[in-house]
Design a protein around this ligand. Sequence first.
Ligand code: FDA
Length: 507
Amino acid sequence: CTTSNSISESFLQCFSSHIHSNSSSKIILTKHSSAYSSVLQSSIQNLRFLNTSTPKPEAIITPFKHSHVQAAVICSKKEGIQIRTRSGGHDYEGLSYVSTTPFIMIDLFELRSIDIDIENEIAWVESGATLGELYYAIAQKSKVYGFPAGTCPTIGVGGHISGGGFGSLFRKYGLAADNVLDAKIVDVNGRVLDRKSMGEELFWAIRGGGGSSFGVILSWKLRLVPVPPSVTGYMESKTIEQGATKLVSKWQAIADRIPEGNFLRLVLQVENGTNGGKTIQVVFNFLFLETYKELLPWMKENFPELNLDQTAFTEMSWIESVLFLANFPINETEVLLQRTQQSRSFFKAKSDYVTEPISEAGLEGLYQRMLQLDTSMLILSPFGGRMSEISESEIPFPHRKGNLYEIQYYVTWDDDKETKKHISWTRMVYGYMAAYVSKSPRAAYLNYRDLDLGTDKDANTSYAQATIWGLSYFKNNFRRLAQVKTLVDPGNFFRNEQSIPVLRSGE
Ligand code: FDA
């Protein structure tokens, strides 16, 4: 039980005795600690979960040794208090730092060492590192290696890799989770396990099944991938009045089938039109793993309507392309070491997978709905390439062959009073899009977490109840995830609103 003002004395005693030190006050921040609020707020990305009514952790544990994480798990379990683990804090629904039942948060920001071994093409990275820190560390050692993961540098390695993780290199090399060779995890009994000692089933589950259902992942051993010395970025936009719809149709017909090193992302957003009204603008945000000279004939053949002037293209190193795709000046590589976003807002997102091109009429209906909100945005990421070669059951992430592209619906706002309106908008657009996207199940991406899909009511939620949301994220891999969960955490200690359920007898 917890005292009314903060974490219980017996938890503190348990923790101190397990870390064999009386310095626990430096590691455990109670609600009275001066650093509590600033640490809690430091990596919250979504302002929806940064207000006085949001439930806060009884204490924040900031481990700087693996044994501190072990102590936190052992003592939380003993005291019957829930844990939330946070690496980069980018969870779309705040599940790493919000819970309606009393909980402590383990914030891994002090555990972020990165060890790059270019000769053997591997890296060991602790979960609290950000993607920006990882990319930066690789580039410090070599300009011709990279890692296939997300495009936003402040994302935490812990949540991102355990949920899949895709960015500009995934059509060539697969997801971040496809490139994990080993991992270290603290299990429900407080043991540190590696691939060998955790076994292949748990190792399978944490690469895409979400880490939070299975333990606290301390670190990952990653396969580094070769990248050319020069890559080329392309950025151009067209409004619907300038023929964007035809170009989107063209893009839909080829984007998943082009050479696998190339990543042709589209962003649809609302812009001021020439006649004083609003219009839809499509941003063509491409990255080619080749030089301008090499790719120009392909662009001329496929997109002659776009600006093919050399000034629209930027040739750069791979690390510079990370900045390019994140909208930073490409020579400011130190930006990658900034752990917090420059600006934060309220946001809601959802995801879909498209298996058949959407008709022009379908796109026009979408535009009409987007025009209802100035900040509505859709990000279209083409699949295909290596993603189509990896089997659906290789890791828990099942969205492989047959997907043309993934849509992320993303809307932001600045005032809590606007929350209801914006969330209703995402639900309305999602409803409209049902006719145009994957069905049975309507697939979704775990890393774009969406509690609208459904939630576990309590620790005893059955497998059947959890399939409401689980099949969307994991399709046929959901049962195997539940089997692993039943094996490694039968008491369902590691849980949240969308954690993998324990199978009950007969299920
Ligand atoms: P956070 O710390 O919030 O954790 C997310 C989940 O993982 C929580 O359930 C948490 O408990 C659990 N977790 C975290 N660390 C753990 C650990 N060490 N052990 C066990 N469980 C752990 N995705 C993508 O694929 N490509 C992209 O380009 C982007 N871009 C992007 C931009 C922005 C602005 C945002 C906010 C998000 C993205 N994402 C993304 C989504 C991102 O991959 C997703 O939110 C990740 O889960 C974030 O991981 P963090 O560690 O930052 O989150």
